[in-house]
Design a protein around this ligand. Sequence first.
Ligand SMILES: Nc1ncnc2c1ncn2[C@@H]1O[C@H](COP(=O)(O)OP(=O)(O)OP(=O)(O)O)[C@@H](O)[C@H]1O
Ligand code: SF4
Ligand SMILES: [Mg+2]
Length: 319
Amino acid sequence: MSGEAPILSVQDISKDFVVNRRVLHAVRRVSLTVPAGRTVGLVGESGSGKSTVGRLAIGLLPATGGRSVFQGHDLSQMSARAMRPLRHAMQIIFQDPQASLSPRMTVGAAVYDAMAIHRLGTPKERWSRVEMLWERVGLPSSIGTAYPFELSGGQLQRVGIARSLAVNPALVVCDEPVSALDVSIQLQIIQLLKTLQDDLGLSYLFISHNLAVVEYLSDTVVVIYLGEVVETAPVEALFRRPSHPYTRLLIDSILRVPAPGAPLQPLTAPVGEMPSPFAPPVGCAFHSRCPLAVDRCSQEVPTLRAIDPEHWVKCHLAD
Ligand SMILES: Nc1ncnc2c1ncn2[C@@H]1O[C@H](COP(=O)(O)OP(=O)(O)OP(=O)(O)O)[C@@H](O)[C@H]1O
Ligand code: SF4
Ligand SMILES: [Mg+2]
């Protein structure tokens, strides 16, 4: 994948938030690249900084350091006004699509509205595109007159996807788009995203806390812990040879879809709690929870180094 042109290049990006006059280090020098037409999966447990990276990547948040370059434009150097013509090309879909839909607007009007905001097409063209989009996302055209509260979670997520597609994006940040859905519906939505990618050449930054979901869609996976990249590799390499202890714990915690009739396996989180992002640990950020930690780990910060040409790991012991 290294030879393909990137649509998105996040370079050494950081984000600090000031909370009650204290500095919270949400994202620390994260780099990742999304080649055109590909999917990069971003995975880590709650609070690891996934959504913040997603928002930084498409310029919805200003970075504290580093930059994000989309289709050759350095977003960190652009004002909101200068970014406006690029906005439609960078879309985001969320875990809760209802939150971004007005309860007083039919879902057809919401999809129409997305095009109107970006001044795309004539009113007649917009309505016919709404019809076309229902078919693309697997909804009946009668859905257009429904209000959000009348729809199921899966239908709402399809409306959310239609709304992003309405404005012809090149890149979609998918922020936990299936986490709130039943397992069977999750698979349908993931398959829809895959089909749309194949048909429309979309690029995805796909965020999830569940590696099983990320595995299905991603070409490359980036694992983050406490705002830092700890491992990144092509998806097969990551599962064949997970090399950071945190990645191994995440793989162990995957909720496997059970055989029919078999009991659901519990989802186990890695043991212990993530340290405070107000005061990240000295040395390796993971040392307080790492089953392999040695003295050196609490003193010396490991560097992110290549163990294979496209496989990078931030651990003193990785080889
Ligand atoms: N606007 C904000 N102001 C202050 N702190 C924030 C803000 N947004 C995020 N944070 C903090 O930054 C850290 C990373 O948050 P983020 O939402 O990016 O994590 P996440 O990996 O997406 O978590 P989740 O899986 O729960 O969605 C957390 O400690 C969070 O509390
Ligand atoms: S550097 Fe040490 S503490 Fe950190 S992941 Fe590796 S073994 Fe564990
Ligand atoms: Mg999040």
